[in-house]
Design a protein around this ligand. Sequence first.
Ligand SMILES: Nc1ncnc2c1ncn2[C@@H]1O[C@H](COP(=O)(O)OP(=O)(O)OP(=O)(O)O)[C@@H](O)[C@H]1O
Ligand SMILES: [Mg+2]
Length: 397
Amino acid sequence: MAHILIVGGHDETFRMIEDLPVELSVFQNSESVTLRQARRARRLCVFDYRNQTEALGRARALHEFEPVDAVVSFTEHGLMPAAVIREALGIKGNAREAVRLTRDKIAMREHLSGRDLGAVRNRSCHSAAEVRSFLLEVGGPIVVKPAGGAGSSGVFRVSSLEQVDSAFARSRGEYPGPTLAEEFIDGPEYSVESFSTEGRHDIIAVTEKTTTGPPRYIEIGHQMPAVLAASAHAELCRLVTDFLSSIGHSFGPAHTEVRFGPAGPRIIEGNTRPGGDFIWELVLRAMGRDLVRESICHLAGLPPQPRIPGRGAGCVAFFAYENVVIERVQGIEAARRSEGIIRLQCSLEPGQRLGPLRSSADRQGVIVAVGTDLADAERRLADAQARIRVETAPLPH
Ligand SMILES: Nc1ncnc2c1ncn2[C@@H]1O[C@H](COP(=O)(O)OP(=O)(O)OP(=O)(O)O)[C@@H](O)[C@H]1O
Ligand SMILES: [Mg+2]
């Protein structure tokens, strides 16, 4: 039986592979460890695996005791430790360079510059003055964001010199390290889910993304599959495939975010893992692809597993109230029972005082719906939403 090391992950990840004939070892942090993982894993090691030196030391010890065949992570902070372990032990897993280029947005822009993959003017900035000179050079709106950010935290659109100081300081405040300034690509936004084996990229779905818009662009909805003209769809998929090959992503799921600007599609960011924000659940329930299971089967040399057909389409909508006091919340249970709803989570409560949305983490829950096509899924989502009544009052100053 193959021995696979998994770095991090949620219970849902482990549920997907519960019955597979593989021996699992798991590195997990103390906040995410559960009984399910403890039961499933033959060996479970609880520590802060983001510490790559410690993760590698523990992996070496494990490997010496019982050789590990492959290492994998499906979660943002586990990707780099897993890649470092893979490289050091010379076992199966994803390439370190592909992870480095996608975890660091400045490295990604440097990598893309000079390649024929859709230019986005950008600059790594260490001061507000550098951002100001870049803004003047671009002569139009720009976006500033932390190089290692996630969840839209510290992302700001800047269109005038007066906005630079506060955007730069707030972006800096979220994460240490340099700030990336990029020209603002105007146009609809998509993400592309894919699964790669031996460097070949299978595009699974294109999803349209809805955000709060400027200045922060926090994600509030996803629709899969996106409604796109065939030529635009092909152009987008070609860009993503070329991008994944260029970074050397050879194995596993990827989630690549793209904006379709006036000069064509442009990469916003790439991730060598399944899409978050319940996009993974749409891939599973709407497209019938269990990418965690497929990854483990591939690494363990197991035959491809039978697929459960997907419903065809799905959508995700977040609760994203801001600057209000919640007075009443009704109908959540009825909405949860509504047809086509596969997930409803809501943390809204009367008396809650909600300030501004600063990142994805400030959203208050989610509804996930599936249907035979996108219109059907959206109808089911709207039916569920219609059952929910949230009364709010302005937030007193
Ligand atoms: N150059 C750009 N042009 C236009 N919009 C941009 C640009 N860069 C970022 N954005 C907007 O900001 C959002 C967040 O940026 P990005 O995805 O790089 O950050 P993130 O923190 O990794 O986000 P998340 O984890 O929520 O995907 C994007 O989805 C997009 O709407
Ligand atoms: Mg993003």
